[in-house]
Design a protein around this ligand. Structure first.
Ligand code: ATP
Length: 266
């Protein structure tokens, strides 16, 4: 199957010392949703930074390997060029512009898009997908709830008409019900023809929506394959799909310590 993105034997370090990604190879087939799971420090954000061209801003460097989008290698390209090629990231923690209105936030996402008709169409599509954003179009982004801000962050990325959407932990800090909605939104975006690379700690949501998945462990791929099959494996069941007593909150554990990560305990 044709891949929209092919990562081959990627090695990334920070400050010449920390080896964050060690020989990772990964494919995002055209039109599919690919999930990347892994505990804190596994290298997930580093992978996204490498793809989006923002690694330099974090003093990171690609030591070897390639990240190919069709015929071109994205390594060494500027973030703006990469967005221009249709690879758009929704950053972790949403990072919308709190003082700008919802509509202004969306317009900011479409700034690189010179085609006015395409921009208007993209905005219509975003409002159709997220009616709440239309209702709140004149409100400041900072006044939206966490879930609505995540919708806005995704909507803003869609304004650039991506062919590959990169999502960095979209469920972080959100209530289980909202996480379910985010999963549905990702599936709908994908149905509309956008390929998705989804970095997530919430394995339940990620494996529910993804076609394929990769598990990163200390900078290396430890497991990969069909998302539904992967969800059945002992390792994924044990490490990523444990459930918390009376809640449905997925629990991610570190292999070594077995401790529950604090970010999921709130
Ligand atoms: P998290 O979910 O905590 O963000 P992650 O899977 O995204 O984890 P990365 O943030 O990519 O993991 O981190 C991979 C490794 O690189 C870790 O050892 C981390 O400490 C290190 N690292 C990440 N960013 C930097 C940086 N800017 N400078 C130095 N080391 C870094």
């Amino acid at each position: 199957m044709l891949s929209v993105l092919s990562i081959d034997s990627l090695h990334v370090t920070y400050g010449g010392a920390v080896q964050a990604v060690r020989g990772v190879s990964m494919e995002v087939p055209d039109g599919k949703v690919v999930a990347v799971l892994g505990s804190n420090g596994a290298g997930k954000s580093t992978l996204l930074r490498t793809i989006s061209g923002t690694l330099k801003l974090h003093r990171g460097k690609v030591d070897a390997g390639s990240v190919r989008l069709g015929d071109i290698d994205l390594v060494g390209r500027d973030p703006g060029q990469i967005v221009g090629r249709g690879v758009v990231q929704v950053p972790e923690g949403r990072r919308i512009f709190g003082r700008l209105t919802v509509e202004e936030n969306l317009r900011a996402g479409g700034m690189g898009n010179k085609d006015k008709t395409a921009k208007a169409k993209a905005q219509d599509r975003v409002y159709e997908m997220f009616p709440v954003l239309k209702e709140r179009s004149t409100q400041r982004g900072g006044l939206l709830s966490g879930g609505e801000q995540q919708m806005l962050a995704i909507g803003r990325a869609l304004m650039a008409s991506p062919k590959l959407l990169l999502l960095d932990e979209p469920s972080l800090g959100l209530a289980p019900r909202i996480i379910g909605q985010i999963g549905e939104v990702i599936a709908e975006i994908n149905r509309q023809g956008v390929s998705v690379l989804l970095v997530e700690q919430n394995a339940t949501m990620a494996l529910g929506v993804a076609d394929l998945a990769y598990v990163l462990d200390v900078g290396e791929v430890s497991l990969s394959g069909d998302a539904r099959e992967l969800a059945q494996t002992d390792e994924v069941q044990r490490l990523y799909l444990g459930h918390d007593g009376d809640t449905d909150q997925p629990k991610l554990q570190r292999a070594a310590s077995g401790k529950k990560l604090s970010r999921w305990s709130a």
